[in-house]
Design a protein around this ligand. Structure first.
Ligand code: NI
Length: 143
């Protein structure tokens, strides 16, 4: 059996968003989301960390084809969100554009398409103090 390992690649895009949900009143939106609820929106320089894992291939000594992974993430994630308004993305039509939901969306966009490896984790750095992670659906019974 080949040894297992993981590799994490770092990608960047700039996007704007507004945290707001129609399921809350104006006052409660403000209470929950604070200044991120500002109607004018605001931007972030998002950093997305994509971790893939798998067996180390004997021929290359690598877990994954990094070039292929970079192309996939660029085409699937970076191009989709860079210099866009996240609130206008169809995937966010009925979800708030929180870091949690963004990490899950990036996961969903990539999970079935990783070349030769398995998606292990998606991390989203939104601000200096905000980092979100998603590592796939929770096991049954875990909330
Ligand atoms: Ni924000």
């Amino acid at each position: 059996m080949a040894e297992h390992a993981s590799i994490t690649r770092r990608y960047k895009f700039a996007a704007m968003h507004r945290l707001h949900t129609d399921q809350l009143s104006e006052a409660d939106n403000w209470k929950v989301f604070g200044k991120c609820n500002n109607p004018n929106g605001h931007g972030h320089n998002y950093v997305v960390l994509v971790t893939v894992e798998g067996g180390i291939q004997e021929r290359t000594g690598s877990v994954a084809d990094v070039g292929a992974l970079d192309r996939l993430v660029h085409e699937t994630v970076v191009v989709r969100f860079d210099h866009r308004d996240l609130n206008g993305d169809p995937a966010f039509a009925d979800k708030t554009t929180t870091g949690e939901n963004l990490a899950i969306l990036v996961w969903d966009l990539l999970v079935d398409r990783i070349p030769d490896a398995r998606l292990a984790k998606v991390g989203v750095i939104e601000t200096r103090d905000n980092y979100f992670e998603y590592a796939g659906p929770a096991a049954v019974g875990v909330q």
